[in-house]
Design a protein around this ligand. Structure first.
Ligand code: FES
Length: 113
């Protein structure tokens, strides 16, 4: 039986300003579909891009400073942690930051020792 350690992999996604303020973009990273949002105040958030209700594209949802609304049936997900405030399952939240104008996503990965 092998043991696994948890590591973090960093993925550069390109310039932050490729995402207009107040909008989101979907990225395929490893086997993850990630929606990255650039809020109107300049903060960056990232959630799983696929709505757990019926697979709606969360990157195309309406955002405010707190949440994104799925464009298909209006379930709402908190941008800070992916919690659904309207009764659907939650989505995964990812750590994302801007480094010298570039988006950097942190993904936790199971690594063999
Ligand atoms: S698919 Fe997102 S609310 Fe239904």
């Amino acid at each position: 039986m092998s043991t696994a350690t948890t590591g973090v992999r960093l993925y550069k996604l390109g310039p932050a300003d490729q995402i207009p303020l107040g909008e989101g973009r979907a990225f395929a990273i490893s086997d993850h579909q990630v929606a990255v949002f650039r809020l109107r105040d300049g903060q960056i958030r990232a959630l799983s891009a696929v709505c757990p209700h019926r697979g709606g594209p969360l990157a195309d949802g309406l955002t405010d400073s707190q949440q994104v609304i799925c464009p298909l049936h209006n379930h709402a997900f908190r941008l800070i942690d992916g919690h659904c405030t309207t009764g659907a399952p939650s989505v995964q939240a990812y750590h994302v930051r801007v480094d010298n104008g570039e988006l950097v996503l942190h993904l936790h990965a199971q690594l063999d020792p």
